[in-house]
Design a protein around this ligand. Sequence first.
Ligand code: FE2
Length: 170
Amino acid sequence: MKKLYDLSGLFLEYLKDMYSAEKQQIEYLPKFLPKLENNYLKKLVEQNLNDTKNHEKRIETIFTLLKDGYHLREDLVMEELLGRIDSLLKYSDNCEILDASFISSMQNIVHYEIATYGTLRSLAATLNYKTDIIDLLKKSLEEEKWFDIELTKLARENINLKAKGFFLET
Ligand SMILES: [Fe+2]
């Protein structure tokens, strides 16, 4: 990593991380989709995939507004988190555990994104960046939060109960 000389440099570092994080999800989430059992979970992930494509575009807009080129580099945190989903799905031997595993590891990803978008929004406000930039970050942050809440509800009210063997489908 290059030396950071100011707060705008720190902002760019986090922005590059999220750019790679969104790109990696766009590549990997479609591979996980056919393995999922629960229909609402599949719908949620499809919705999230569409949102993720918008998150990627918003970051590109921010790079443009900052008159900075797009930065392509691998975010190692996201690589690790996606790899974890991959191995959990491989070793979950029934579909209920598989969906529960997916939700828990997907929430690790979403929490990482919520934390980073929150940091980016705070830094953008401190740096007096245009409201356009702050609004773009806020939109992505709100969508990540919505996805997280929906995953929690689905896990608690349905998927985790099934995985525990206490829930009978009607
Ligand atoms: Fe995202």
